[in-house]
Design a protein around this ligand. Structure first.
Ligand code: S3P
Length: 164
């Protein structure tokens, strides 16, 4: 089984993925970690040196590397929906789950400790949120709201929705 978590920054993908994986006996992969490993640089550095385009190129390459992987929960970066090819590579035999949240809740959850080049300006982030909203819906097999829920409640919701 392959579960791919998509959703905007701050919707809980990174927090939910390991707990979901543990409950289902699956491995967990954080795409952003593979990107920083591949580049040998932090996300902040990649954006500063190569721009968003450079980051997206790495994201596409990592998506390709993960094409044939199985028994895993993959936590993606919020921007994977910007490049159709990434989810095309990941969607084989997989369930794509969109973790959703209102923009207000996203704002509350975003930690200033983790640098997010595309979340430095609140208004621009909100524009991006609105722009991407239909894309998460389009690519997802299932949408699970994380609003007002604990991580365990989200995990239980996901498991119930995928009928395990
Ligand atoms: C991005 C989201 C980030 C990270 C990068 C770009 C985006 O991941 O991949 O900063 O375009 O939404 P998270 O969604 O885990 O914050």
């Amino acid at each position: 089984m392959k579960i791919v978590l998509i959703g905007f920054m701050g919707t809980g993908k990174t927090t939910v993925a390991p707990i979901l994986a543990k409950k289902l006996g699956l491995n967990v992969i954080e795409m952003d970690d593979l990107i920083t490993d591949k580049a040998g640089k932090s996300i902040k550095q990649i954006f500063a040196e190569s721009g968003e385009a450079g980051f997206r190129e790495l994201e596409v390459a990592v998506g390709k590397d993960l094409q044939n992987i199985d028994s895993v929960v993959i936590s993606t970066g919020g921007g994977v929906v910007m490049n159709e090819i990434i989810l095309d590579n990941l969607k084989n035999n997989s369930i794509i789950i969109d973790l959703s949240a209102t923009f207000n809740n996203v704002l509350k959850r975003i930690s200033p400790k983790i640098p997010r080049p595309l979340f430095e300006d609140k208004d621009k982030a909100q524009e991006l949120y609105e722009l991407r909203k239909p894309l998460y819906k389009k690519f997802a097999n299932i949408q699970v709201s994380t609003d007002g829920k604990t991580v365990n409640e989200v995990v239980d919701d996901i498991i119930a929705r995928i009928n395990l």
